[in-house]
Design a protein around this ligand. Structure first.
Ligand code: 5GP
Length: 106
């Protein structure tokens, strides 16, 4: 079970931003900028592009809704979108409010 599945199951805490039957958005525990959100499918799939087309498309639509809400809530030039997946083997999209590239410190 991935750490993100444990968050979905409520076994470890996270600050949840939004939730549907299939998807969850929550704050990153180690944010690259204030308001850094992760959006995930609840189904445990390793890599984003391993998702079937239906779940993948739904996740992108969910991410778009969350990014729009972040943009309203946090003053920023752009909500950056990133797919990394080096640490947690559970498909996810990073949404990071940004004003300039120096806001993020990879
Ligand atoms: P990636 O897999 O895309 O390289 O990075 C995984 C992201 O998940 C990191 O930004 C990291 O801070 C975040 N993360 C890892 N473990 C937890 C956790 O237990 N809770 C939350 N909220 N975020 C986590």
């Amino acid at each position: 079970m991935t750490i993100f599945s444990k968050i979905v199951a409520g076994e470890i805490p996270a600050y949840k931003v939004a939730e549907t039957i299939d998807y969850l958005a929550f704050l990153d525990i180690n944010p690259l900028a204030e308001g850094h959100v992760l959006v995930i499918p609840k189904k445990e799939v390793d890599y984003l592009f391993d998702l079937d087309d239906e779940l993948y498309t739904g996740l992108q639509i969910f991410a778009k809704i969350i990014a729009t809400a972040i943009k309203k809530a946090i003053p920023c030039k752009r909500v950056g979108v990133a797919v990394i997946g080096l640490e947690v083997p559970h498909a996810h999209i990073h949404l990071i409010p940004l004003n300039r590239m120096s806001d993020i410190n990879f």
